[in-house]
Design a protein around this ligand. Sequence first.
Ligand SMILES: *[C@@H]1O[C@H](CO)[C@@H](O)[C@H](O)[C@H]1NC(C)=O
Ligand SMILES: *[C@@H]1O[C@H](CO)[C@@H](O)[C@H](O)[C@H]1NC(C)=O
Ligand SMILES: *[C@@H]1O[C@H](CO)[C@@H](O)[C@H](O)[C@H]1NC(C)=O
Length: 260
Amino acid sequence: MAFFFLFILSLVASSATACDRCLHQSKASYFSKASALSSGACGYGSLALDISGGHLAAGVASLFKNGAGCGACFQIRCKNSSVCSKVGTRVVLTDLNHDNRTDFVLSSRAFSALAQKGMSQQILKLGILDIEHKRVPCDYKNQNLAIRVEESSKKPDYLAIKFLYQGGQTEIGAVDVAQVGSSNWSFMSRNHGAVWDTSRVPEGALQFRFVVTAGYDGKWIWAKNVLPADWKNGVIYDSGLQISDTAQEGCFPCDDATWS
Ligand SMILES: *[C@@H]1O[C@H](CO)[C@@H](O)[C@H](O)[C@H]1NC(C)=O
Ligand SMILES: *[C@@H]1O[C@H](CO)[C@@H](O)[C@H](O)[C@H]1NC(C)=O
Ligand SMILES: *[C@@H]1O[C@H](CO)[C@@H](O)[C@H](O)[C@H]1NC(C)=O
């Protein structure tokens, strides 16, 4: 009986559990110039500052996920108890970090926000910190998911868009576009970062549908009327909806409740 119990216990301990939050141990450093991050690989440009409140982060390839990780939110705290706050801070992924010595390179504003009150100078001096991080839902309060038409778009043959203010804890895996009221969908491809494009551009006002990771698999989201017929480059359009789903991760132990 005791043997059986131990066997079950080790089975549970060795298998990954589905979690809302997995806790990861790593390191973080910071960019001395915020501009280094706002020109990031996700393609947000200066909008990176808007979507992150200045708390931008470049993540390594396993977090960047070829662009699917763009816009993901992370809670980060550092581990030096003489300078670090217990709660840490929230950052938004806006760039790819090519330096694999740290999982994250943060904006200096985000990096100093890891400090206890009055300790931000000390923390900046340390330059590189041992951290814990976990994915958390993005919460944009009264802001809907938005779609920005990129400057590279060329009516009527080419449409490039990016998603801004993506709520929840999800990744966009596929995007289709069609004329409002039509079921003739054209698929879009991820061009880079948060930017999707197509050269099969429907006429008229445009609707979008896209697949997000949610729970254990994917879910279709339908934004029924997003771009007007006279859509213009450089303009941000309200999708009329927001995402609040959470995709499950596999890990052990889970950290769903211990740390906000
Ligand atoms: C923790 O912070 C203190 C104060 O800045 C510093 O002297 C010490 O070297 C740090 N410890 C580690 C492990 O970085
Ligand atoms: C970091 O990247 C370098 C060069 O690509 C590689 O040689 C090294 O093994 C990597 N280190 C880790 C810890 O992944
Ligand atoms: C579907 O939409 C594409 C792109 O706008 C267009 O080229 C094609 O002719 C449409 N097909 C039909 C059956 O309407």
